[in-house]
Ligand binder design. Structure first.
Ligand SMILES: [Zn+2]
Length: 322
């Protein structure tokens, strides 16, 4: 029987044995790079890359992040390695990143690709049962909820609440009915159904979903009845991250933004999709011309929402034409 004299790794975390955390993090990065390099990036579709990043790469540091707070520099390196893999580019050659990684980390229902923001995820993993690790802004002079109450009369202390909170928050606080029993203050996690801390709710809180980012199009887009490849293309059209000639010119990658098909005007996304003679012919021949009226005056996101009300078969064809 073979005897193991030293445990190199436990649950994916190399045993410390006097080595510094720096070494630990470097090993993590090395493992990640090895994986990324092993995949034939050029042969993978965006949909394939999405799956690999979510299931393999983002899962690599999970154990480590449950124990340590990763330094910002390490997280930055992981994020940029993932971004490089996503957008392509070999070795030192750097391809254009058409959308910031931060935007890609937004949930899919808010226009992102739903990748994890590892810094926020790290904080969420390190939170204890009551989420003590996550701190909200302190209000001076107030420590516990009881400070906002007139305990003797068992009602809210309107003066204190009015002097400390804005109108919206005042309404929210005073709308909470007070118990007639005098209970002691207790820390609970308000973001889950059973008051207990969960990594998922803490992550959503940390990401601070902005309602302005919410657009009906995202749910429509990701449930389109088309192949994953077409879905990803539509997502790029909606986030204006397609490298059309006009964009390439703005980035000083080419001099002439003119459309090579018709030489009539600059090749913008809207020209490519709807105005170019070649495209119009395609729309006509495939019997989807009905989708075109109005498209030039609106953003791609709004177009897709409007299309979702129309004949699903025609819309499906339209997406494939794009
Ligand atoms: Zn053209």
């Amino acid at each position: 029987m073979r005897q193991v004299d030293r445990h190199q790794k436990y649950l994916g975390i190399p045993a410390l044995c006097g080595r510094s955390k720096k070494v630990l993090f470097r090993e993590l990065l090395y493992r990640m790079w090895k994986k990324l390099r092993g995949w034939k990036e050029k042969l993978l579709s965006r949909a394939g890359k999405e799956v690999l990043i979510k299931t393999v790469i983002q899962a690599l540091p999970t154990y480590l992040m449950g124990v340590y707070k990763l330094p910002a520099a390490v997280i930055k390196e992981i994020h940029s390695a993932m971004a490089r893999f996503w957008w392509g580019g070999k070795g030192d050659e750097r391809k254009m990143h058409w959308l910031s990684w931060e935007k890609m980390c937004k949930p899919k229902c808010m226009g992102g690709m739903g990748f994890k923001d590892l810094a926020v995820f790290n904080d969420a993993l390190l939170g204890d049962e009551e989420g003590r690790f996550i701190k909200s802004a302190r209000v001076e002079g107030l420590e516990v909820v009881g400070d906002l109450m007139d305990v003797g009369r068992k009602e809210w202390n309107v003066d204190i609440i009015e002097s400390h909170f804005n109108e919206r928050d005042q309404h929210c606080i005073m709308a909470i009915p007070l118990s007639t029993r005098c209970l002691h203050d207790e820390l609970t996690w308000a973001y889950s159904k059973d008051d207990t801390y969960s990594v998922k709710t803490a992550y959503m809180l940390g990401k601070g979903g902005n309602l302005e980012d919410f657009h009906r199009v995202w749910n429509i887009l990701w449930s389109l009845n088309v192949s994953p490849k077409v879905c990803h293309f539509m997502w790029r059209a909606c986030t204006s991250s397609l490298p059309v000639r006009k964009v390439l010119q703005r980035c000083h990658l080419i001099d002439d933004a003119g459309c090579p098909c018709c030489a009539r005007e600059d090749k913008t996304q809207s020209h490519l999709f709807y105005r170019c003679q070649m495209s119009i012919k395609l729309w006509e021949e495939l019997g989807s011309y009905i989708l075109l009226p109005g498209v030039e005056d609106e953003a791609m996101c709004d177009t897709l929402v409007r299309w979702s009300q129309m004949d699903a078969n025609v819309v499906q064809k339209g997406c494939y034409i794009l």
